[in-house]
Every structure is written in C-alpha cells, then in structure tokens.
Design a protein around this ligand. Structure first.
Ligand code: NAD
Length: 479
C-alpha cells in the first residue's frame, strides 16, 4: 500500500510519551505513513512566535493536509494566541467531531449505554475573539454566527450520521434568547434536516439539552451545536463516559483535517510514563479512517477494546475490583500491540469502512436580500444621572425623521417609562429610527453622530438597523 504523508507534532507535557505510544501501535498494526515531524507549542512560543507554530510547520501541513497532534502547553501570560484556535481558523477546520462512548463494565461510569457523537462548530460564535472594553464598567464579546458556517457544520453532522449508520441528529441552541444568531443556526438545521428524511432530527434548548445529556446520554445519537456549547458539553460528555483521557477528536475542514486527544498536556504527570495514550490513539484511529486505512483503524480499535476489556488499565482509569493490571504508557502500548488481530469478546467490535471525512460542499449561492437602513443603535458612555435625564437631552439630537425611540441599559428598556428599580451601568444603547416604512441614507446616520458628539455625548459605537426583504435584522427591545 502507498504510504500517506502526515504531519505529526509531539507537543508538550505528556505529548511526546502518548504520541510515541500511539505511533508504535498504529505502525505495528500496519499503518502506511510517511511522517513529517513538525515543531509546535511551548518551545515555539518561547522563541517569540506568538502563534506557537513555526512557518515550517505550516509548509508541512500544506503538503500533507493531515495533522496528528499531541496536546501542547500554552504559556501563561498575555500575548500568546491559542494554537488550537489559530490552527482551526487558519486551516478552516469547521467541524470538531468528538465521539464519546462508555466502556461499562470495564471502565467505571454512571452511564453504561452512552454512545454519543458531538459535532461542534469550530470557527465562529464567541470564539471569533472580537472583544472590546467600551466604558469604565462594560466589556463586550461579539457572537458571530454565519449561514455558510452553520450550513457546513450541520450538513457535516447529517453526512456523518449517514456514513456511520446513525439514526438521529439533535441540534442544541439557545434561540429563545438569541433569536437572531442561534435562531439562524436553528433555521439552517431545519432546512438541512429536510434533505435527510431517513435521519430523525430534533432540536432542544441547550440548557435542558445539556442537563438531559448529563443525566441520560443514551437518548442522544449525533449532536450538533454552536462552538461554545459544543466546547463545554463535549468535555462533560467525555468525562461522564468514563474519563476525559479516553476521548479522541477530529477537526475536519476542506481539504485539511487535524486529529488529537481532547485532553491537554497534563504537565503534572509528564515524563512519568503514567499518562493514558487512549485519547490520542482514538484520534489516530479517526485519522486512519480519514486517509483510507480503515482496516488498520479497525485492527487498532479492536485490539484496544480487548485490552480495556481484559482489565489492563493506566492509572487514570484503574479501579480496584474492576481493573486487573495497572500499566504505564509504554506498557499499555505493548499490551495493545500484543492483541492486534484480536477482537473484543464483550464490548462490540468495530468495523470501519472508508468514509470521506473531508466533505466538499458546494454551498448554494444566496441571493442578496433587499437591504434597507431604517435606524441606528448609538451606544453611549454616560454616568451623569437618571435614564430620563439622558432621554430628555438626547431627544434634542434629531436629523430629519430620525428620532430617539428608546434607550436600554444591558438590554432592558429604561426610557421612556423605565422602572426605577432597574440597575443601570454606564453603557447605554440609544435606538434612533425613522418613521415606519421610511429608509435612511448612511449620511443621515453620520450627521446624527456628529450632532450627538457636538452635544457632548461620548459615542462609543453604533450598530446600523437594517431590514432584509422587509424583515428586521435586529432584535426587539425587552421591557
Ligand atoms: P489537562 O487535560 O491537561 O489535564 C486535566 C486533568 O486530567 C489533569 O489532572 C491531568 O493529569 C489529567 N489528564 C489529562 N490527560 C490525561 C491522560 N492522557 N492520562 C492521564 N491523565 C490525564 O488540562 P489542564 O491541566 O487544564 O491543561 C494543561 C495544559 O494543557 C494547559 O497549558 C492547557 O492550555 C493545555 N491544553 C491543551 C490542549 C490541546 O493541545 N488540545 C487542550 C486542553 C488544554
């Protein structure tokens, strides 16, 4: 079989030990790999490269397009960018796939029937990293959700379900509150779900969905959700399945893909030959399926299941009464290698077939909407009195039909007719709108800002209010 080039980073902390163990196992199983070693992580950061990734590393990734990565340590202190976030964005790895399975009764868990795959959107949401301090008291972080970003990851979740014979895809969102952003994700989910009538689909609000996941994970099959919820809930899912040390993850893009464990570099146990290599090994198994070496993936996975089943456990999952033999990282790899060719006798064996995990989706071009400017939210830093004082003075700032309609503080209406009880910060959103049905020119907004500044107001930012084909592209005011 022709060798497949891959880029490999040994990482920091326990990284080198678990990578060595993982590569020994998969090569013993017959993986045909041409490994290009790349240097990323702590040493690179400390050389002054703020991304943690040398330019040579990117050259290698461009060549191989497949990245097997051990965990890395991000040095403490400001100025170091998260290598994971950089890699996901630079390589456009839009879907993070995290299968979490319980291995009862061989690994202790309260959820013996758990077999859930979380597909997390990987590039957008609050992770765009666009944050600002705007006043003495208020900081903001922008939550960005796009139609193409949502569509790609949701479509990927359905394609994954189809390829792996899964029955149901569930979407977690919080669109009772974030009606536009999470509302878009939900809407795209409903649209895409219609194209897969053979797969059951439903959606849940993330708070109750998360609670059900932690309580009865067996009711879920494939889950898809925006970045932040997916980040949190995939760790919860891994932990309740038995251990975070047992979960691997694939970061999928087009044409790149990155495979890793979900845990970090565990510096306190580094260099002691005690770390569990299973998370990275499961990441490597996903990589083998991705590069078309599904038979090798099955051999490794089945030998690994057999090892767990026979009670050969690393320290993190070792439990008196369940486990039979406590082993170190290196010995665990030896035990898995010794079982290559065997299948588990109690746990279900795994038989992979080649699945094109890099899905190339031609997203349909969306027709530009008829976009009309109908108002502007002017944000003001102000601490000089009561909301009525602000409302009264700011009402004097008028441009043609563009007038102050409402003021909110942290989203709650405080003028006109606010409640005395509402706590106010120094950050005010002042909504100016033209009369209904009337659209504005951007120059009218500029003129309004000029007048507001001339009247002594500290304008910190604005958000234009648009309608798209007549539908408001902004949330209504609460209160
Ligand atoms: P961690 O996942 O490294 O460790 C959490 C706990 O789990 C520790 O008690 C650790 O000993 C244990 N643990 C983790 N993996 C294990 C394994 N394979 N076998 C046995 N025990 C294991 O999380 P942390 O302590 O919050 O972070 C440590 C460092 O890792 C930080 O610098 C962080 O930025 C980095 N990190 C990197 C990645 C990544 O590269 N993908 C992910 C998360 C954290």
């Amino acid at each position: 079989m022709k060798k497949t080039p891959i880029s490999v980073a040994y990482g920091d902390g326990i990284g080198p030990e678990i990578m060595t163990a993982t590569l020994r196992i998969i090569e013993a199983a017959g993986a045909q790999l041409e490994i290009e070693e790349i240097e990323i992580g702590e040493k690179v950061y400390l050389r002054g490269i703020d991304t943690g990734m040398s330019s040579g590393a990117f050259d290698s990734l461009r060549r191989t397009k497949v990245f097997l990565k051990a965990p890395i340590t991000t040095p403490q202190g400001k100025g170091y960018k998260s290598l994971n976030v950089t890699t996901r964005k630079a390589l456009n790895l839009y879907a993070n796939v995290r299968p979490t399975v319980s291995y009862a009764p061989f690994i202790h868990t309260k959820h013996p029937k758990m077999d859930v795959v979380i597909v997390r959107e990987n590039e957008e949401d609050l992770y765009a990293g666009i944050e600002h301090r705007q006043t003495d008291e208020v900081y903001q972080c922008l939550k960005l959700i796009s139609r193409p970003g949502s569509e790609r990851v949701i479509r990927y979740a359905f394609e994954y379900a189809k390829a792996y014979g899964r029955k149901k895809v569930t979407c977690f969102i919080k669109d009772n509150i974030m009606k536009l952003t999470d509302g878009l994700f939900h809407q795209v989910f409903d649209e895409v779900a219609k194209e897969y009538p053979e797969i059951e689909s439903n959606s849940m609000i993330v708070d109750i969905g998360g609670a059900v996941l932690a309580d009865t994970p067996e009711v879920f099959d494939v889950l898809v959700m925006p970045n932040l919820y997916g980040d949190m809930l995939s760790d919860v899912a891994a932990q309740i399945s038995g251990s975070v040390g047992l979960a691997g993850s694939a970061n999928i893009g087009d044409p790149y893909a990155m495979f890793e464990a979900i845990h970090g570099s565990a510096p306190t146990i580094a260099g002691q030959n005690v770390a569990n290599p299973s998370g990275l090994l499961l990441g490597a198994i996903m990589m083998l399926v991705h590069i078309g070496q599904a038979d090798v993936a099955s051999r490794v996975h089945n030998a690994w299941l057999r090892t767990l089943e026979e009670g050969v456990h690393t320290n993190d999952v070792f439990e008196e009464g369940i486990s039979k033999k406590r082993v170190g990282t290196k010995e665990f790899a030896d035990e898995v290698i010794a079982r290559l060719g065997k299948e588990p006798e109690h746990l279900a064996p795994v038989h992979y077939h080649h699945v094109p995990t890099v899905a190339h989706y031609e997203l349909p071009a969306t027709k530009p909407a008829d976009k009309q400017l109908v108002g502007v939210d002017v944000f003001i830093h102000w601490k000089n009195g009561k909301p009525d004082d602000l409302g009264e003075t700011l009402s004097q700032v008028v441009v043609d039909a563009l007038r102050l309609q409402v003021i909110t503080n942290r989203g709650i209406k405080v003028w006109p007719s606010g409640l005395d009880e509402t706590f106010c910060t120094d950050h005010w959103r002042c909504r100016f709108q033209a009369s209904e049905g009337q659209s504005l020119s951007p120059l009218q907004v500029v003129e309004l800002l000029q007048k507001a500044v001339q009247a002594g107001f500290d304008v910190i930012k604005t958000e234009n209010l648009y309608t798209f084909d007549g539908v408001p592209g902004f949330s209504a005011v609460h209160g």
